[in-house]
Design a protein around this ligand. Structure first.
Ligand code: MOS
Length: 711
């Protein structure tokens, strides 16, 4: 980060500390789910469906079982007993509906659905045996094409927990639109995008005897997986320990227990052996994704650019068996003041796997539509895009009828515009060239929830006689810097150096925490750590003698529900992008991105800056590179590998500049933190699309923006 810090904290909080887990990670001492060295380990290979919908007529495993080293083949025909209640497969992050129950019956709901598990002495034998399974299907017709399915879109039949109700219409958006001076009426499309963390999903179950298991799992919530295993397999909670001390990225794909958990525990319990199941990269393309959306935006403004009418409708994709829902449209009326608003959200059910939350679920797609439309309105009305946002700025969360806990978005616009050099922009498209390239500037606003986990979060602080302190919480660090910021909070609260601290995370046996997600971990676990350390400090100050044995205290925090009825917490950002486009070839380079973020207190500008930069890189991928090619005859992603599914790589990423604007917030969480996990990716695709328009005069309303769309 090249930005100067606007805070002058000399204490641990606010310092750009290096990651405390950096050394173990780069030296290989950090152990991931598939890396635990366990004796007598069996290996499971998941076999997936070759068809998108229908029934399994037969599975012949005789050849596979005949292979030396093969221990078992599990299918729906011989699946060991699991819970008879479908609802018990629901985890804490599940949407309404019936989660997929692997090996439940012969029904095929989507392509690449897991249909068997081959267990063998080695990974190689398991995968060879998997190829020997003879599976016969009865093929039924399927619909995997979202665009074909659009006419069947419907309002979700029940609302997903934590997803706010779509606000009722205010005023009369249609009438106001008719009367408006400037109008935009456009449709936008965003393709499915995949999480694809570096680490593959993997579960290693160690059979500890006496009915106990230790489950090393790639997950964003050890206790969520622990509950799932109890509910599905009937172990008692205290006999299940789930460990996820290190997670190699997840971006939401690890919020729900993945199929590797089910398969590994199933086999371990049946065989009373230790078992590991690791998915393949290709399988990672059918375990959840950011769903495709189609969106309709109508904006009407008066002569000064003030919005008179705002309509935003989004249709998202989901599976046949679950109603995966995201907040896609509410951001529009949260960002802008308008009296006539109409928001709608519907789902198309397809014969696909359930989508899964992916970094800024709904925000990353909804912002593309509203922020592209605002750019179109700016162009229509001849008002500068930043000015248009300022004209429509709101100091109140109108839909929720609440004050903001804090909102420094105005400063985001100003500081980012200045750093970027926005005043040099020529509003005339195709007007700026450097050598053989067209140059374009674009910008967008971003907003995301700032909230604490909606349940208690706990952390334990223990002081040892040698003066060292251990912090423990079951929460997860998925690569975001949680270990580091918690150490900083503890160091500052106890007024001790970081070197005297150990932070332990990622173990279901540690104090209660919700899944790591929704940008709430720093605010929730951070506040719990602070509380624990305050209590510890108090206890130590009262005792007169030196410690002779460890002293432990627990810190617990819950969101302030009373405050939440008066105040709405949001993180904001303004993101500016410069693109350079080769006119002959259509090649788009994102040469500069400046993002100014208002996220309350920044605990560590280095790790927080990396969060924002990572989000921007993901946004660049969403805008330009990530394109899943589905052959709808098979209902399957055909480019399910890193060679053909492009994600942004080093050569695609140039200058990224992150600014944290000063924002004091004493309401959003006890430590004044809003969270930075998701805000960085929001608005990036729109800013790039708007820059592409400024460069070329070509308005691309679908993602990804491929070269052919510019020629
Ligand atoms: Mo996030 S999509 O809540 O991991």
């Amino acid at each position: 980060m090249s930005g100067k810090e606007s805070f002058a904290d000399t204490a641990a909080i606010g310092r750009p500390e290096n990651r405390v887990d950096g050394r173990p990670k780069v030296t290989g001492a950090a152990t991931y789910a598939a890396e635990y060295d366990i004796s007598d380990l069996l290996h499971g290979h998941v076999v997936c469906s070759a068809i998108a919908r229908g029934r399994i007529k037969s599975i012949d495993a005789s050849q596979a079982l005949a292979l030396s080293g093969v221990v078992a083949v599990f299918t729906h025909n011989n699946k060991p007993r699991t819970t008879l209640l479908g609802i018990k497969h629901k985890d804490t992050a599940a949407p309404p509906g019936q989660p997929l129950r692997p090996l439940h019956d012969a029904t095929i709901h989507h392509s690449e659905q897991p249909v068997a598990l081959v267990v063998a002495e080695t990974v190689q034998i398991a995968s060879e045996a998997a190829a020997l399974l003879r599976i016969e299907y009865e093929v039924h017709g399927h619909t995997t094409d979202f665009v074909t399915g659009l006419p069947t879109a419907q309002v979700p039949s029940s609302r997903r927990i934590l997803i706010p109700k779509t606000p009722k219409p205010r005023g009369n958006a249609d009438k106001a639109f008719e009367a408006a001076e400037f109008k935009v009426d456009a449709e936008y499309h965003t393709g499915a995008v995949f999480h694809l963390p570096m680490e593959l999903f993997a579960t290693t179950v160690r059979w500890d005897g006496d009915g106990r298991i230790t489950v090393f799992d790639k997950t964003q919530g050890s206790q969520n997986v622990q509950l799932y295993i109890r509910n599905v397999f009937g172990f008692s909670l205290r006999k299940i320990r789930v460990v996820n001390a290190y997670v190699g990225g997840a971006f939401g794909s690890g919020l729900r227990p993945q199929v590797s958990v089910f398969m590994a525990v199933l086999a371990a319990k049946a065989l009373q052996r230790s078992v590991r199941v690791e998915l393949s990269r290709a399988q990672m393309f059918h375990i959840g994704h950011r769903p495709e959306t189609h969106q309709y935006v109508k904006l009407g403004a008066d002569r000064t650019g003030r919005l008179q009418s705002l309509s935003h409708k989004a249709i998202g994709a989901t599976s046949q068996h679950e109603e995966h829902q995201e907040t896609v449209v509410h951001w529009s009326s949260t960002l802008y003041q308008c009296d006539n608003v109409n928001l709608e959200y519907e789902l198309v059910r397809l014969d696909i796997e359930s989508p899964t939350d992916m970094r800024a679920p709904g925000g990353a797609t909804g912002s593309f539509a509203i922020e592209s439309a605002m750019d179109e309105l700016a162009h229509e009305s001849g008002i500068d895009p930043v000015q248009l946002r300022l004209v429509n700025y709101t100091d109140r969360a109108v839909d929720a009828n609440r004050e903001f806990t804090s909102k420094a978005l105005r400063a985001c616009y100003t500081q980012a515009a200045e750093r970027f050099g926005w005043s040099a922009r020529n509003s005339q498209p195709r007007a700026t060239r450097v050598d053989s390239e067209l140059v374009g500037f674009g910008m967008a606003s971003a907003v995301w929830d700032a909230r604490m986990a909606p349940a208690p979060t706990r952390a334990r602080a223990t002081m040892f006689p040698d003066g060292s302190v251990e912090i423990a919480s079951s929460t997860t660090d998925i690569g975001t810097g949680t270990y580091t910021i918690l150490a900083q909070i503890a160091a500052e609260t106890l007024n001790i150096p970081m070197s005297r601290l150990r932070v332990k995370l990622g173990d279901s046996g540690f104090p209660l925490a919700q899944v790591e997600g929704a940008s709430w971990t720093a605010a929730s676990t951070g506040s719990a750590v602070q509380r624990a350390c305050e209590k510890l400090r108090e206890k130590l100050s009262k005792s007169k003698r030196p410690l002779t044995k460890p002293l432990s205290v627990m810190g617990t925090v819950i969101p302030n529900f009373l405050e939440a009825r008066k105040f709405a917490g949001y993180t904001h950002a303004a993101v500016f992008a410069e693109v350079r486009i080769d006119e002959q070839l259509g090649v788009i380079r994102v040469t500069r991105v400046v993002s100014a973020v208002a996220a309350g207190r920044i605990l560590n500008p280095k790790t927080a800056g990396s969060q924002i930069r990572g989000g921007i890189v993901m946004g660049i991928g969403q805008a330009l590179h990530e394109h899943a090619v589905v052959d709808h005859r098979f209902g399957r992603v055909m480019n399910a590998n890193f060679a053909d599914y492009h994600i942004s790589c080093n050569a695609d990423i140039q200058d990224i500049d992150v600014i944290f604007v000063d924002e004091r917030d004493d309401k959003v969480s006890p430590i004044g933190v809003k969270g930075v996990g998701e805000i960085g990716t929001i608005g990036v695709a729109a800013a790039i699309a708007n820059a592409v328009f400024n460069a070329t005069g070509r308005r691309v309303r679908r993602l990804p923006i491929s070269l052919d769309l510019l020629l």
